[in-house]
Design a protein around this ligand. Structure first.
Ligand SMILES: Cc1cc2nc3c(=O)[nH]c(=O)nc-3n(C[C@H](O)[C@H](O)[C@H](O)COP(=O)(O)OP(=O)(O)OC[C@H]3O[C@@H](n4cnc5c(N)ncnc54)[C@H](O)[C@@H]3O)c2cc1C
Length: 493
């Protein structure tokens, strides 16, 4: 076993959050010694893992990109490989790439209160060697889901199906679907981006959903962003475009929550206008819940409706009874023939990259702890967790988290503190779900994430503008305990 000592920060994950954290931490604290430990072989996280046809951003790329590294494309959404390349270029440009240790799967992190350091244990993918890193802080940019396995329900009879079953999280590079009969099961963002992309080559394509989803169509291009990008220098144009897009997404969310009938009417009208006359819009596109109870899915330029109208995609809203050798029998009795079945049935939530966390050797369950300002855990020193919004671009909060981390580190350095942890005190705190959307992957695993309280600074909100305001007037000392190595720290309880 080898050890790398004397680090200030270990960052876990080389996706948007990890790269963003490295940038912000070193921007505010030049000379910080850090590594990024990444279990994969490449930069990009989600945008490297997901390789299905049509994989793209669902929220605006102008808010998903890093605020200090303008997105130069024109389109409102971007393909997965473009985002991966963008992140790789940004990491190279800012000298972050040389700090990344690939094939480094973090399995454990233990806090030692006698030295105020974390020992992070890594299994190296290529050699199988176990290596440890010692650092003062640890930053989890490890995303929010299990990388090894997506979610697939137990479909009765799936083993009897003689065709191919594919989960979009592990799309086979060589999957030949040209001319094949395909059924895509799902109604989330993945199914909605995958199906139009498959339509051109698949022989017969069915989108099978149990429950409809609200779909919002927006043009790939925006006259406003085009005009701003043309008129102003990039450095000036980018924050304006970013703010406008964040505002637009915020307004749609606000409308959905405050005036659901209006938004429902607008979404239905778009469907009716883009689908063939007499199409059964209400069966396939009228969900039994309110907009934004679950994520609203973007269909750029109404692409899904176009494919349905052209006869290249058939929508089926029904329940699966069982799989058989040739396809799927539905509860209505209909049979869907298939050569390939794609289970776009979701993710498995996972906090902190599945890493075992312990304090002075005693394991703690992060999911039993309240979250402080959405990025630290109750009574856990020098640990940051980066998780984005469910109703706005991930990066909007990821960047705030990275800046808050950098600020706390600089505050501690100036005062000679070696540990800081948020502490709840004796006041009872009511618990609420950290992610208050009704999406299947959240409902299946309500206790997979650390807990949110109902009042600040323990309240995890899905409100970028309120958080941005709070961040501006943030009191770093609020509910925070500071100290130096050797002073007692509350341990696992
Ligand atoms: C298909 C899909 C589409 C999406 N579209 C959008 C969108 O349009 N807009 C939006 O805002 N969000 C979207 N999201 C959410 C998306 O995950 C975030 O946008 C963002 O990419 C998350 O970045 P991240 O760096 O926090 O996590 P990730 O991108 O998940 O990266 C985490 C990294 O940490 C590494 N890692 C994890 N655990 C360990 C460990 N134990 N040891 C070492 N390394 C580890 C992983 O290998 C990975 O590289 C989408 C998600 C999916 C799955």
């Amino acid at each position: 076993m080898t050890t790398e000592d004397s680090l200030d920060v270990v960052i876990i994950g080389a996706g948007i959050s990890g790269i963003g954290a490295a940038y912000r931490i070193t921007e505010r604290n030049p000379g910080t010694r850090y590594v990024i430990l990444e279990r994969r072989e490449r930069i990009g996280g989600t945008w490297d893992l997901f390789r299905y046809p049509g994989v793209r951003s669902d929220s605006s790329i102008f808010t998903l990109c890093l605020p200090y590294e303008p997105w130069t494309g024109r389109e409102r959404v971007a393909d997965g490989d473009e985002i991966r390349d963008y992140l790789t270029d940004a990491a190279r440009k800012y000298g972050i790439d040389s700090h990344i240790r690939f094939n480094s799967h973090v399995v454990a992190a233990d806090w030692d209160s006698s030295t105020d350091t974390w020992t992070v244990t890594v299994q190296e993918g290529t050699t199988g060697t176990t290596r440890t890193y010692r650092s003062r802080f640890v930053f989890f940019g490890s995303g929010y889901y299990n990388y090894d396995e997506g979610y697939t329900p137990d479909f009765p009879g799936v083993e009897t199906f003689t065709g191919t079953v594919v989960h979009p999280q592990h799309w086979p590079e060589d999957l030949d679907y040209a001319g094949k009969k395909m059924v895509v099961i799902g109604s989330g963002a993945t199914a909605m981006s995958l199906v139009p992309a498959l339509a051109e080559r698949a022989g017969q394509l069915t989108l099978l959903q149990r429950t409809p989803t609200y779909l919002i169509s927006a043009s790939k291009y925006s006259r406003f962003t085009d005009a701003i990008a043309k008129l102003l220098p990039r450095k000036l144009a980018h924050p304006i475009i970013r703010f406008t897009m964040a505002l637009f997404e915020g307004v749609v969310w606000f409308l959905a929550r405050k005036t659901p009938p209006l938004l429902k009417w607008m979404l239905r009208r778009t469907a009716v206008q883009n689908l063939p006359p007499g199409y059964d819009v209400d069966t396939h596109f009228k969900p039994p819940y309110q907009p934004w109870d679950q994520r609203l899915c973007l269909i750029p330029d109404a692409d899904l409706y176009t494919e349905i109208s052209a006869g290249r995609v058939e929508m089926v809203t029904d329940r699966i009874d069982h799989f058989d050798a040739t396809g799927i029998t539905l509860q209505s009795g209909t049979h869907l023939d298939a050569d390939i079945i794609v289970t776009a049935t979701g993710l498995q939530l996972q906090a902190l990259g599945g890493v075992r966390i312990s304090l002075d050797g005693t394991e703690i369950k992060p999911t039993d702890r309240f979250v402080y300002k959405a990025h630290m855990l109750e009574d856990v020193p020098n640990l940051f967790w980066c998780v984005g919004y469910t109703n706005a671009s991930w990066t909007l909060r990821a960047d705030m988290t990275a800046r808050a981390t950098a600020k706390l580190m600089s505050y501690m350095a100036a005062r000679g503190y070696t540990h800081a942890y948020p502490h709840l005190g004796d006041e009872p705190l009511t618990e609420k779900p950290a992610w208050d959307i009704q999406a299947g992957y959240v409902l299946r695993a309500l206790h997979a994430l650390p807990k949110s309280g109902t009042k600040r600074p323990w309240n995890v909100r899905q409100n970028y503008f309120a958080d941005a305001l709070d961040y501006r007037f943030d009191r770093i000392e609020e509910s925070m305990v500071f100290g130096r190595a050797g002073e007692s720290v509350p341990l696992a309880s």
